[in-house]
Design a protein around this ligand. Structure first.
Ligand SMILES: [Zn+2]
Length: 428
């Protein structure tokens, strides 16, 4: 079956001239400036309207937030920032979307009345009372010194295209830069028949440019028919996962070591004077390590999910609420490390790409409590994570908690095949 698929491709890129580089930096600046205008307006509004800690932020409409074009006009007359007119219009529009998202995200946690650590420290050592600006999640000013800058632009009537490894982006009517091109370092070409939807240009702390190109392309999805090779995956706190064949994920040690190193360097950073040269140097080191940790983890998750998706026709996972686990104090840390949610996503799309099956067992399916030999339900295990091995009170089978659960998931996949997939295949 031919289907339209969306995917993002990231390439290292070099602006084709100094003028283009300047133009791109202006776009980043416009995005930041527009965002900060929104934040400034918000703070002003909250002060004038006697905002109470714990309250949600009002909608942009209720605040009377000016439109993007009104902000542009105002910014030009106030501080002569004419460049808001000289850049890609999307760069400023996106800022509004981002701001809106930040408001929504804050409103979800507003009731917690949590202050940032730094503000609490200030209160303790200097006696400075925290204000609403110090609330966790409150939209804040984006600084030029931030870790990276970016802007996103959208394809309209083919004004974004690639020719001879150069990516061409739209310019602004009033800009003197007419051709905005970036030479791509294409290690992997875009799929055949790709349509570019949008592009995000990013500059990192080292001054390197990256472009993330989001494309849509037609892809032939094969039909594999009835799945033969089925695997159950049980999420495991200590092993990441255990599968129905008794194999453990072998979460790599190097990653854990990197995390330890990162924690150490972060402690050093928090001990230095903010804004000082030594602080700046340490901040760069921490940001490099953070990047490395993120990349290592992604790389491992991709490789592991790729291998499984190739080997099996169907993979069955629990419908476990990972966020609930993440909020549990004892597990929170480990959970963040693990990224099992991301892993599930990777598996899902890698399977579906091949016309294979990704199945989430329903919430009421007690994969842990069922005996995989006789189907007896052992409710003693419910919520009791300490029991790693158990004997079935009904049939006496000796069971490993994780492997038993994974095996039950595999069994569920088999039933699912009979009830859900087979009829469809027969009808078609
Ligand atoms: Zn049993």
């Amino acid at each position: 079956m031919l289907e339209l698929v969306n995917r993002g491709y990231v390439y290292r890129a070099i602006p084709i001239s100094d003028e283009v580089e300047t133009y791109l930096r202006q776009c980043f600046g416009a995005d930041r400036k527009m965002y900060n205008l929104h934040v400034a307006y918000l703070y002003d509004y909250l002060e004038k309207n006697d905002y109470q800690i714990g309250d949600k932020l009002p909608s942009l409409k209720k605040m009377g937030m000016p439109t993007v074009s009104a902000f542009k006009k105002q910014a030009v007359s106030d501080d002569h920032v004419a460049y808001l007119y000289l850049v890609d219009a999307f760069a400023s529009n996106e800022a509004k979307q981002h701001f809106n998202k930040a408001v929504t995200a804050f409103n979800k946690i507003a009731y917690k009345k949590q202050y940032k650590k730094a503000a609490l420290k200030r209160q303790k050592t200097l006696g400075i009372e925290p204000t609403f600006r110090d609330l966790k999640g409150m939209p804040k000013f984006h600084s030029r010194k931030g870790s990276k800058s970016s802007y996103t632009t959208f394809n309209q009537n083919g004004n974004i295209y690639i020719e001879d490894d150069i990516l061409y982006l739209p310019s602004a009517q009033k800009s003197s830069v007419k051709v905005v091109g970036l030479k791509l370092h294409t290690h992997r070409p875009l799929p055949h028949g790709s349509k570019i939807k949008n592009v995000t240009v990013t500059i990192n702390t080292k001054g390197q440019f990256d472009v993330s190109i989001c494309v849509e392309f037609p892809k032939e999805i094969p039909s594999i028919g009835i799945p033969n090779r089925i695997l159950g995956l049980d999420y495991s706190q200590s092993h990441f996962f255990v599968d129905s064949e008794g194999k453990k994920a072998n979460y790599p040690h190097y990653y854990r070591k990197m995390k330890e190193r990162l924690a150490k360097e972060q402690r050093i950073l928090s001990g230095r004077v903010k804004g000082s040269n030594r602080w700046e140097k340490q901040r760069l080191l921490v940001s490099r390590l953070q990047n490395k940790v993120v990349n290592q983890r992604k790389d491992w998750l991709h490789k592991k999910s790729y291998a499984l998706a190739n080997q099996y026709d169907m993979i069955v996972v629990e419908n476990i609420d990972l966020r609930a686990i993440g909020q549990n104090k004892h597990y929170a840390k480990n959970q963040q490390d693990n990224g099992f949610g991301t892993f599930r996503l990777y598996i899902k799309y890698k399977l579906e790409q091949q016309g294979k099956y990704y199945v989430k067992a329903p919430k009421n399916f007690a994969s842990t409590q069922l005996c995989s030999t006789c189907s007896h339900k052992n409710t003693v295990l419910k919520g009791n994570v300490a029991v790693r091995e158990w004997d079935c009170p009904s049939c006496g089978a000796h069971l490993d908690r994780d492997i038993n659960a994974a095996f039950n998931l595999k069994q569920y996949g088999k039933y699912f095949t009979k009830d859900e997939i087979l009829p469809q295949i027969v009808v078609a």
